[in-house]
Write a protein that binds this ligand. Structure first.
Ligand code: PLP
Length: 391
């Protein structure tokens, strides 16, 4: 295979050199257990402190004590939903979320339903936007938690988090946001947004896999998900993954520092890609909000073809993309996100997510468009659903 183009950065990213440089000494030099009292331990503890400080600064947390390291976005989401719901269960057992959340949120909510919690899954409009009015109507006196993602991982739509959080607070509910796809893509200031808890992950921002964090505003109660030692202020037991935490701290610092620069690059690439795809391929739809969406992700539905066939044909040419989301690519279920947006199942199947990264060039895009035109033409020629058949 001559050429490889990675357009699946919403699934995971490579670890950047700066991040790797930060991590490597933690494996064999600063290898101590941060809970040990000797100099080796103190050295590792200093690494974790620096990383925590970087995460807190990146999201404008009031204190480093509001940042808890986890094994990733999934754990942060599970912990936020279950830990906050349980901590406030004496006040009420109603939770509100959206129908387009990541499965880490949706499945955590479903687990709570089995325990007797009641969950409202808010609808979205055709652009994937949660309506503030819908949240207002769904709020009840026994609503203890509202969880809405900042940026959707399949279509890139950005929610009006600030307004949604305000509505939740009017009824004294805790507001959590899954910000995994938002870090580095939009400015995240927890005080300005008014969120009480927020999930993050390292491997979507050029950091290592298996590491993330949960921000919990001081004063917000949360029960433990992981019991064990006194790590993370006795809130999350388990010896800290020091190399990964060091990498995450560096990755979020860089993502925040370079946000404007990276977004400009991504916007130019995405706009160019979008204009080329529209000019060269017929019967396509762009999913997500026309303006209120991140620059790095473009979801495109190709009528009359299966997304899996496009994915595999592009893979043969070295181009990596994803059908709706990496998490559902092994199931034949149409994406719950596209379904909630009202995309008919028969065309939702032909959806591909292109997610751009900071190392992609215009040349990569030209190669991808050229290949895509060829692949779509070939697949449509053998498609049982023909253009004339549609009339
Ligand atoms: C990737 C992702 C997660 C899960 O994060 P992991 O670190 O992979 O566990 C959660 N939410 C969203 C929106 C994501 O894109």
């Amino acid at each position: 295979m001559e050429r490889r183009v990675y357009l699946d950065n919403a699934a995971t990213t490579f670890v950047s050199q700066e991040v790797l440089d930060e991590m490597l000494p933690c494996f064999n030099i600063k290898f101590g257990n941060p809970n040990s009292l000797h100099s080796f331990g103190r050295e590792a503890a200093a690494v974790v402190d620096t990383a925590r400080d970087r995460v807190a600064k990146a999201i404008n947390a009031k204190s480093v004590g509001e940042i808890y390291f986890t094994s990733g976005g999934t754990e942060a989401d599970n912990w936020a939903i279950k830990g906050i719901a349980h901590a406030y269960a004496n006040k009420g057992k109603h939770i509100i979320t959206s129908s387009i959340e990541h499965h880490a949120i949706l499945d955590s909510c479903m687990a709570l339903e089995k325990e007797g919690f009641e969950v409202t899954y808010l609808p979205v409009d055709k652009y994937g936007m949660v309506q503030v009015e819908d949240l207002k109507k769904a709020m009840r006196d026994d609503t203890v938690l509202v969880s809405i993602m900042v940026v959707n991982n399949e279509v890139g739509t950005i929610q009006n988090i600030k307004e949604l959080a305000k509505v939740a607070h009017e009824k004294n509910a805790v507001f959590h946001a899954d910000a995994v796809q938002a870090v580095g893509a939009v400015k995240l200031d927890v005080q300005d947004l008014g969120v009480d808890a927020m999930s993050m992950s390292a491997h979507k921002i050029y950091g290592p896999k298996g590491c993330g964090a949960l921000y919990v505003r001081s004063g917000v109660r949360i029960n433990n998900l992981m019991n064990g030692g006194a790590q993370e202020r006795a809130k999350r037991g388990g010896t800290s993954n020091v190399p990964a935490i060091a990498g995450f701290g560096k990755a979020i610092e860089i993502a925040t520092r370079d946000l404007d620069k990276n977004q400009k690059i991504l916007k130019d690439l995405r706009d160019y890609f979008e204009s080329q795809i529209k000019a060269n391929i017929k019967h396509i739809h762009i999913n997500g909000h026309p303006t209120q969406r991140i620059n790095g992700t473009l979801s495109v539905t190709f009528e009359m073809i299966e997304g899996e066939s496009i994915l595999m044909s592009l893979d043969l040419e070295g181009i990596a993309v994803s059908t709706a989301s990496a998490c559902t690519s092994l199931s034949l279920q149409p994406s719950h996100v596209l379904r909630a947006m009202g995309v008919p199942d028969e065309i939702a199947h032909g959806t591909i997510r292109f997610s751009f990264g900071k190392n992609i060039t215009k040349d990569d895009i030209d190669y991808t468009i050229k290949t895509l035109v060829k692949v779509v033409k070939k697949l449509r020629a053998i498609s049982p659903i023909t253009e004339t058949g549609r009339n």
